[in-house]
Ligand binder design. Structure first.
Ligand code: ADP
Ligand code: ASP
Ligand code: MG
Length: 437
């Protein structure tokens, strides 16, 4: 059972989670995010220290500490529990204040980012203890790990987690941190922003759980981005493939990589609403449940690269040479289209853009368009349904499309557009594909 930032962000929400968790008949591992706003504040602190602006960092630390001091006053009632909570808060903020005096490094930054989940889980356990609810805290830093390519290894997670669980025969409630892990050098690291979903899925896979529940602030995966489009509705069921495409192509409710562990071990995933636990939410299993379009999502900050070469495209081995450049810089390609004289592809970060462009130069003329967005239309067998294609292109007639990816998977049709058209296209697709306004 994974609870996100807003689900633990207020003392009464934590109380509510405890009532949800204690209703469970099966043993449960509760995976918690940091309280909402905390990781953003920790990112700010890290950035300020990196820039050498220690005053700004100190101010953010003080503001955050005041927030936690107010939080624990409402979280627990007894003096004993309050004192415990107060010393936990003091310990973690003392750590942050010490960091202010140390010279900045990336490893130190990761330590800063880890404080949110360490705090939320420890405070949650203080409340469980006050309620006399038997539980055990499983430190994620003792079992969650990534290799030198930042990839989690289920095999080793499984071994370490099982060993930890074996210490507590008969125990029913376990609490652990989402997001944080150790890297190949043994340092504290994380699974990237929104990574608690990924933690939950990895844990579910590692222990072969009966279900992986992602509890959040909305009643499941909606058909469109509710932050942008007014009227959206929850999707009842998705296949692992459909959910993975939506997560990867921008549906913020799930971390982009969070589906594969559950899919690999065939563990059903449920997306549920903490604020409305009786709502059905979304079930993610092997079967899609129904045919047709399920949802659309948008992935921001995409860079499109076009390589034009009249000489080389027809020659075999040309694409391989281009792909090798991206492989060398460990930069995944999201979309690709080719014609006889050009190939267009997209990437989602610019970390090695300059190096990549330099190495592509000998292959032809290179054009780069930044600030693009991938719009993905996801559903079961949609690429085979002519009616869907007609509706899709009919509803976005007035919007210039830079690339189209069709037929790569039967579940997905992707369009690349300039960022300025994103809101409009999501709204028009909502009307055209789902009849919602
Ligand atoms: P948590 O803190 O619980 O992990 P997130 O903020 O990461 O929650 O994810 C939930 C949010 O995802 C929702 O509040 C919603 O605004 C956003 N979201 C974006 N796209 C979708 C979608 N297709 N369906 C549901 N929620 C979405
Ligand atoms: N606290 C982390 C973040 O805000 C991880 C998560 O919430 O999933 O990114
Ligand atoms: Mg999230």
């Amino acid at each position: 059972m994974k609870f996100g930032g807003t689900s633990v962000g207020k003392p009464e929400r934590m109380h509510h989670i405890v009532s949800l968790v204690s209703k469970e008949t099966e043993p449960a591992i509760v995976v918690l995010s940091a309280l909402s706003g905390t990781t953003n504040a920790l990112v700010e602190i890290g950035n300020a220290i990196a820039k050498g602006d220690r005053n700004a960092a100190k101010q953010t630390i003080e503001k955050l500490e005041a927030h936690y001091q107010a939080f624990i006053k409402e979280l627990v009632k007894s003096e004993d529990a309050y004192n415990k909570a107060r010393s936990i808060v003091a310990e973690h903020f003392e750590f942050l204040n010490i960091i202010l005096k140390i010279s900045f490094s990336e490893a130190l930054n990761k330590d800063i980012l880890a404080q949110g989940e360490l705090l939320s889980t420890k405070l949650f356990c203080v409340y469980l203890e006050e309620q006399k609810i038997d539980h055990a805290l499983l430190p994620a830093l003792e079992f969650m790990s990534i290799d030198q390519y930042d990839e989690p290894q289920i095999g080793s997670i499984k071994v370490k987690l099982t060993q930890l669980l074996n210490h507590y025969p008969g125990k029913k409630i376990f609490v652990t941190q989402g997001y944080i892990c150790r890297n190949a050098r043994g340092e504290v690291d994380n699974l990237k922003r929104g990574g608690s979903d990924y933690s939950a899925s990895l844990i579910a896979a590692a222990i072969n759980a009966s279900v992986c529940e992602i509890w959040t602030d909305i009643d499941g995966m909606h058909n469109n981005d509710p932050r942008i489009v007014k009227k959206t509705v929850p999707v009842e069921q998705l296949s692992f493939e459909e959910a993975a495409e939506l997560a990867y192509f921008g549906a913020k409710i799930l971390h982009p990589a969070s589906i594969w562990p559950a899919q690999m071990y065939k563990i059903p995933v449920k997306l549920l609403n903490t604020m409305q636990p009786e709502a059905k939410g979304t079930l993610i299993v092997e079967e899609a449940g129904s045919v047709g379009v399920k949802a659309v999502a948008a992935k921001d900050n995409i860079i499109a690269i076009r390589i034009k070469s009249s000489r080389m495209l027809l020659a075999y081995g040309f694409l391989r040479k281009i792909f090798e450049v991206f492989e060398k810089y460990r930069t995944p390609i999201d979309m690709i289209t080719t014609s006889e004289v050009a190939v267009s592809l997209t990437i989602d970060h610019s970390v090695y853009l300059q190096e990549i462009l330099k190495e592509l130069e000998p292959f032809g003329t290179i054009e780069v368009d930044e600030n693009q967005v991938i719009i993905s239309v996801v559903g079961n067998e949609i690429a085979q349904t002519t009616d869907i294609i007609k509706k899709l292109f009919g509803s976005i007639r007035n919007i210039p499309v830079r690339m189209v990816s069709y037929g790569g998977s039967p579940h997905n049709i992707s369009l690349l557009i300039a960022a300025e058209h994103k809101t409009q296209i999501l709204q028009q697709l909502n009307k055209g594909m789902f009849g919602l306004e």
